[in-house]
Design a protein around this ligand. Sequence first.
Ligand code: GLU
Length: 420
Amino acid sequence: MTQSPQSAQISYNTSLKQLENAADIIKLDPAAYELLRHPLRELHVTMPVKMDNGSTKIFHGFRVQHNDARGPNKGGIRFHPDETIDTVRALASWMTWKTSVMDIPLGGGKGGVICNPKNMSLGELERLSRAYIRQLGNFIGPQKDIPAPDVYTTPQIMAWIADEYSIMHGHNQFGVITGKPLALGGSAGRGDATARGGIYCVREAAETIDLNLAGARAAIQGYGNAGSYAHKLAVELLGMKVIAVSDSSGSIYNPDGFLYEALMAHKKKSGSVTGFPEAAAISDKELLELDVAVLFPAALDSVITKTNAPDIRAKIIAELANGPTTPEADTILYKKGVYIIPDLLCNAGGVTVSYFEMVQNAYGYYWEEKEVQQRLEKKMKTAFLAVQQKSKAYNVNNRLAAYIVAVERVAEAMKLRGWY
Ligand code: GLU
């Protein structure tokens, strides 16, 4: 993944403000509002892990279940040195809204472990992943709370977790987690799902604002799973030219556009996109401010701020990361007429195909990649339309519209269940 560990943190207060704005507009019942302001449950865990040098290191982690009115909690696990309970809380609530915007029968959760995977061996990572899942114990489960990959966690980590959980329960329980490798009940099409969902949204957005994408320029901030697949698919599906990309080591630029295969091969070999031949080094700030049709923030949160927002020239911002735009930047960009596809919608392809993975695990019957992609496309288009219609109905920006769609659905489920 591709972010500076120093980036400003997402705060739960910001997410509460977004909820408050939506609640005001739809005149949400006060009890429902109070319920949604708090996670239903959270667990703090401490884990001893044997390190390769013979020492034992103590790690801390969390799992937050924000709301499961519409179905089991769902959301990724982050391994990050700056992880905090506050960030995990915010991200868990965003999963509630994300699954609701997508209208998939799931709630919202998120997990985090404070660690720096970049400084850990594979063996240490495996022992930490297994220790974390043992500590979560029955807090999670295929009908209760289903984790998945997120920042710095991979299909291999999902495989260890599926294995550990299966051992704990005496039989295979692969449905406890999604984003698994194909050989362990993963879904075809999960790998590029986050980027693919975002690309489908970009296509819809361009149509809405009458922007021709063929041959148009794109810049990608972050070259992890979402960012690198966004490069591949922006070229393949939209005919765009990706003229700048970045990762935690720096940003590169080539006005003629980068070839995905060549850049990926370079990154695999050297560990970074920087130093790619026939590319100029630019600053991360310059990348964000390039004159492009589409800017994809695809790393960590809070990279588009009130400081750089006035200089952003992209026509569309496609938020593949969670929380890349601060609320102040949001207001500035909205006034400037930039079309923002909010994270709740733009990066929801990942959790949507995770949901497909759960369905296939429960069914014991697996779909071909084409079928997954077709189903994803349909889901993304429907959600995009729902957000667009709300935005028109209430004359609000896309982000607030996405919140309104989401909060209304969760509130309806809570009402029907008799929670208020
Ligand atoms: N971590 C991803 C997200 O933030 C995917 C979650 C999932 O697949 O459950 O949406």
